[in-house]
Design a binder for this molecule. Structure first.
Ligand code: DOR
Ligand code: ZN
Length: 364
């Protein structure tokens, strides 16, 4: 059985930098990906719009060119958001938007995730001229929605998490201050975030990763599998149910694919575990499995297939304001395995390989 779909867009991914960049881009192209939003948490961060890279900051212009040169010129769309730091100015936003280079900015909770130490607390940005400039220019705010600096059970417990707190306390305040701002709630993982998004208007979107649709924290903890360690953490059954309901809802237009594919050459070490699941080469197959696990019938039900197409291929482009792909790719309902990705700076373990998971779908 063949599912022919428009080529899809990954509106949250990490292509990194250096020798492995071209391998990561190539894995995305192989899985029918027509374009991507490539995250700016490089070292140093992408915290300027234009100009040469230097030791403390990179520019969207230069990093984007690096990705294009590494094979990304085959994408129809390549968006690099600006990393919001203490040095971001309203002038940068206006000039960047006018030049066409700046489409989105990324909020990172300070020290909350990989390379997020340059982030500014959200409270410092509320009412700021930077957010006002973004609103004026139609620049999208991509939010990593976790409260920062929490410890112990405030960070993660059965009924609390850094994400839940952020969506219950910080996000309402953000909307009060900036009701017109276009916002994407990135990689949502909780029932609280799903509810916040569902109650929002047309300027509020969200991305969901394959791993948060497929697994719960139990899968990571039983036998401890570091391959599933990503941030925000995989949560509980009621959270997964809420995410599944959000993505599979017929006709929904605001939730879309953003894999947060985050390659790390070294995952677990004696000093800790790098956060991120690499889903290059296998994301559409995993998303299809997530939809089926949620009860969608991607073989016989046209409304379910339409909802899958909306999520994977159409909603993201519509939210960001570019046309969907006119090319297609095919998913086939036959089992497949993923393989270790051999790349110059060391092999990368794709999520299904790391979990010894056979996928129910293949790429044609
Ligand atoms: O799991 C994650 N990995 N979450 C993030 O927010 C960052 C990402 C990375 O860059 O590795
Ligand atoms: Zn990410």
């Amino acid at each position: 059985m063949n599912l022919t779909l428009p080529k899809w867009y990954d509106l949250h991914t990490h292509f990194r930098q250096g020798e492995n960049l071209s391998a990561y881009v190539s894995e995305h192209l192989k899985m029918g990906c027509a374009g991507a939003l490539a995250m700016p948490n490089t070292k140093p961060p992408v915290s300027r719009v234009s100009g040469e890279n230097d030791d403390t900051s990179w520019s969207i212009e230069s990093y984007r060119q690096e990705i294009l040169d590494a094979g990304g010129d085959a994408f129809d769309q390549l968006i690099v958001p600006l990393y919001l730091t203490k040095d971001t100015t309203p002038e940068m936003i206006h000039e960047g938007a006018e030049s066409g280079l700046l489409k989105a900015c990324k909020y990172y909770p300070p020290h909350g995730t990989t390379n997020s130490e340059h982030g500014v607390p959200l409270k410092d940005l509320l009412g700021s001229d930077v957010f006002k400039a973004m609103d004026d220019c139609g620049v999208v705010l991509c939010i990593h929605g976790e409260a920062h600096g929490l410890k112990g059970p405030d960070y993660f417990d059965a009924n609390r998490s850094a994400e839940k707190t952020f969506y219950e306390e910080s996000m309402p305040r953000l909307l009060e201050h900036h009701s017109g701002l276009k916002i994407v709630c990135e990689h949502i993982t909780t029932k609280a975030a799903a509810r916040f998004v569902s109650e929002g208007g047309p300027s509020l979107g969200a991305t969901v990763t394959p791993q948060h649709l497929l697994f719960t924290v139990s899968t990571m903890l039983q036998g401890f599998n570091p391959q599933l360690y990503c941030l925000p953490l995989i949560k509980f059954e009621e959270d997964r149910e809420a995410l599944r309901a959000a993505v599979t809802q017929h006709g929904q237009q605001r939730v879309f694919a953003g894999t947060d594919s985050a390659p790390h050459t070294l995952k677990a070490t004696d000093c800790g575990c790098a956060a991120g699941c690499f889903t290059g080469g296998c994301a559409p197959q995993l998303y299809a499995m997530g939809f089926e696990a949620a009860g969608s019938d991607l073989v016989n039900s046209q409304p379910d297939i339409d909802a899958f197409r909306n999520f994977l291929c159409l909603n993201g482009p519509a939210f960001y304001g570019f046309p969907p792909s006119e090319e297609t790719f095919d998913l086939v309902r036959t089992p497949s395995q993923s393989e270790l990705l051999e790349a110059g700076e060391g092999p990368i373990t794709p999520l299904p390989f790391g979990l010894k998971l056979t996928m129910d779908w293949s790429l044609k």
